[in-house]
Design a protein around this ligand. Structure first.
Ligand code: SF4
Ligand code: SF4
Ligand code: SF4
Length: 271
């Protein structure tokens, strides 16, 4: 596993990944038991976990996965860490997440659907009759759950950690899991994507007359979208203390209307 390296107490070297931690000689007292659960989502974040390939084996050196519908079929085991993907979109989802919470010493929101409601929350600000008519036709009935307001996981139960993004970033996921396993606090950035974008030397999308949400979006992804010539669409949610004045200044300088900003924010950050 790639790692930037560093020193552990006592001067021993380590790599920043889970494998490096094991190689450092620190004993793992007890393997953490991890369970993965999904609610309303595309399951893309779980797919990201499968995309870890051999790095998933590194993770399995320090945790036991005891429940994972997409990756394995065993059910009903006790767990120490619950990874939750997806949004709460029905009353019965609330009951289920509460049951999971009762059994989970540590609960982690995984990805935008879980952490901010993501695209599932667009419904909250939509005319449901119009949506129903568009999707199912005008003669269809409105499903009972359609009037339920979509929620992020932390809007229903307490969560210990959040891994942002749509989908999650595997480097960040590995860092967070490593921190939890070794008992330190994961470092989740509270500055905007612009910081990482500038560090990568990217031209700013505003100079191409595009509205980019990197100004107000939480960093941690290393700005892949502006680095690929695309604007940031805010999938990691708003940064804790967005610099609204800077955003206003940018909008004024580039003649961007409030309506176009609101439209773009709505994709991932509808309340
Ligand atoms: S955050 Fe994105 S990739 Fe992950 S489950 Fe939701 S829609 Fe899918
Ligand atoms: S392209 Fe977007 S993320 Fe990059 S500096 Fe400009 S506004 Fe910020
Ligand atoms: S640049 Fe923006 S849209 Fe792209 S991954 Fe990062 S937060 Fe998400």
């Amino acid at each position: 596993m790639p790692g930037s390296g560093g020193k552990l107490p006592g001067g021993r070297n380590y790599n920043s990944g889970i494998t490096g931690f094991i190689q450092s000689g620190f004993a793992i007292m007890k393997k953490q038991r991890v369970a993965v659960f999904d609610f309303a989502c595309c399951e893309g974040c779980q797919l990201q976990l499968l995309n870890m390939d051999e790095k998933l084996l590194d993770l399995l050196a320090v945790v036991d996965i005891v429940e994972w519908r997409e990756g394995m079929s065993e059910h009903g085991a006790a767990y120490d860490i619950a990874l939750i993907e997806g949004s709460i979109t029905r009353p019965e989802d609330e009951e289920r997440i509460r049951r999971i919470r009762e059994q989970a010493p540590v609960l982690i929101e995984l990805g935008a659907c879980a952490s901010i409601g993501g695209v599932n929350k667009i419904k909250n600000a939509s005319d449901l009759d119009e949506v129903k008519s568009c999707v199912y036709g005008s003669s269809a009935g409105l499903p009972q759950f359609a009037t339920y307001q979509t929620k992020a996981i932390h809007e229903v139960v307490q969560v210990e950690y959040t891994i942002h993004g749509c989908p999650i970033d595997l480097v960040e996921f590995t860092k967070v899991m490593t921190s939890i396993v070794i008992g330190t606090k994961p470092d989740i950035p509270s500055y905007p994507v612009c910081v990482e974008c500038k560090m990568r030397g990217n031209p700013c999308r505003y100079d191409y007359n595009e509205l980019c949400l990197g100004v107000i979006t939480r960093a941690g992804c290393n700005a892949p979208c502006p680095s690929a010539g695309f604007w940031c669409f805010g999938c990691r949610g708003l940064v804790d203390d967005p610099n609204v004045n800077a955003a206003r200044g940018m909008m004024k300088e580039y003649n961007i209307t409030l309506e176009s900003l609101v439209d773009k924010i709505a994709l991932f950050n509808t309340r």
